[in-house]
Design a protein around this ligand. Structure first.
Ligand SMILES: Cc1cc2nc3c(=O)[nH]c(=O)nc-3n(C[C@H](O)[C@H](O)[C@H](O)COP(=O)(O)OP(=O)(O)OC[C@H]3O[C@@H](n4cnc5c(N)ncnc54)[C@H](O)[C@@H]3O)c2cc1C
Length: 380
């Protein structure tokens, strides 16, 4: 569904989009159902995605990335969301974890991690949330205390995307537990470090092919040079990236409902009841007309936000608005689409059922939608 032509993408972007679509068709779609059973995707898929240039597309070439603008990463996000393939945690790896390293990392950290991340040899995660605190990040209790030339980490994290598979995790920790937000720092911890343990791969109601994990840190010792950026500035760094991170959720929401709308139109035109297509009942037509309108409005707003983001002009409040509104709309649209599919809409084998389940968390992670209202309200 495309109500109005989009103006963001140049020809080279569309060529890239074609190759992403082909990659998804050949390397993601045939395996996704199995990955849902496994609770994670395969390492091979990460390596193949790296080889095809789907990872770290906007990281500079000198660090092994694609060297493109963020539209390339957006294309990967959109195409996965359009297909309903929620397993690959490529967006978090490429457009959340890698940019932190690129922006705040030392030259040595960048040279060590980024080229391997771009190849899919190293999988990245970011661990903010703890069992006792999610929305209130100032309440983080995991500590990273200096001991000579080392940092000693203790604490636990939960709900961490790519958590089972990650080879490096950015840990949000208190380097000065008495200094509140000012005592918060970001620390890089490699998989396999003594005392760093991955807990359960959590069983979720949706996004089943995506690994989401508990992580434990028991006297984990890392060199002090594993600090990402400056000590005590972690909270500020997190805040600076939020608008873009929230826009990513909005981008995936809109791509996903555009696709779901298309599946629903096709289904309701085909399926008959009382001697006519479901799509021909006035109720169905009105429901579809409303959805089409709202999705077009969402698309226009999100594309405008992308435009601002590309110019580095997207502010936190607008990013929060995009996340809030599009994910609320996603919930509403997918629920309607399930309804129009009747009982088939509740069957896991139907993409619409998966999309409905996968989408629920969009209102929860990257800051809950209530927190989005707090952010927007603060600026009024
Ligand atoms: C599938 C999945 C993947 C995730 N991936 C990651 C990841 O990779 N890394 C990571 O660090 N975290 C991740 N998270 C965690 C996610 O970001 C948190 O779950 C989220 O921020 C909410 O925190 P919480 O679960 O502790 O809820 P809480 O903060 O306990 O919130 C509970 C309820 O209270 C409401 N609430 C809280 N504060 C306020 C307020 N001030 N005003 C009004 N209402 C409020 C919330 O909106 C919510 O409705 C993931 C979560 C899920 C489910």
């Amino acid at each position: 569904m495309q109500a109005m032509p989009r103006t963001l993408f140049a020809e080279e972007h569309e060529i890239f989009r074609d190759s992403v679509r082909r990659f998804i068709e050949e390397e993601i779609a045939p395996y996704h159902q199995q990955w849902e059973k496994d609770g994670q995707i395969s390492r091979e898929a990460w390596l193949k995605a790296g080889k095809m240039g789907l990872l770290c597309a906007s990281i500079p070439e000198e660090y092994g990335g694609g060297g493109g603008d963020r539209l390339y990463s957006i294309i990967v996000m959109e195409e996965l969301a359009r297909g309903g393939f929620s397993g690959p945690g490529f967006d978090l790896h490429s457009e959340i974890v890698a940019p932190y390293i690129q922006r705040y990392g030392s030259e040595e950290q960048k040279r060590h991690y980024l080229p391997k991340m771009a190849k899919g040899e190293i999988i990245g995660a970011i661990a903010m949330t703890e069992p006792g605190t999610g929305s209130d990040l100032q309440g983080v209790r995991t500590s990273a205390i200096k001991d000579g030339n080392e940092l000693v980490l203790n604490g636990s994290k939960t709900f961490i995307t790519n958590g089972q598979m990650c080879d490096v995790v950015i840990v949000v920790a208190k380097t000065d537990p008495d200094a509140g937000a000012k005592g918060t720092s970001l620390v890089l911890v490699d998989g396999g470090t003594d005392g760093f343990r991955k807990g359960r791969n959590l069983e979720k109601v949706g996004r089943k092919a995506q690994d989401t994990s508990e992580l434990f840190f028991d006297d984990v010792r890392v060199p002090a040079s594993n600090m990402l950026g400056e000590e005590g500035k972690g909270f500020g760094y997190l805040m600076q990236e939020l608008a873009w991170e929230r826009l990513q959720v909005a981008i995936m929401a809109v791509a996903n409902i555009e696709a779901a709308f298309g599946w629903t139109v096709d289904y309701t035109k085909e399926r008959k009841a009382f001697g006519q297509a479901i799509a021909d009942f006035q109720h169905s037509r009105f429901a579809l007309a409303e959805m089409k309108t709202e999705i077009a409005v969402a698309r226009t707003f999100v594309d405008r936000c992308i435009e601002l983001m590309l110019k580095d002009e997207l502010d936190g409040e607008t990013g929060a608005m995009a996340k809030l509104w599009t994910t609320d709309l996603q919930g509403k649209v997918l629920d309607q689409c399930v309804q129009l599919h009747g009982g088939y809409g509740f069957m896991w084998e139907y993409p619409i059922a998966r999309a409905w389940a996968d989408a629920r968390v969009q209102r929860i992670y990257a800051g809950t939608n209530e927190i989005m209202k707090v952010v927007i309200g603060r600026g009024i």
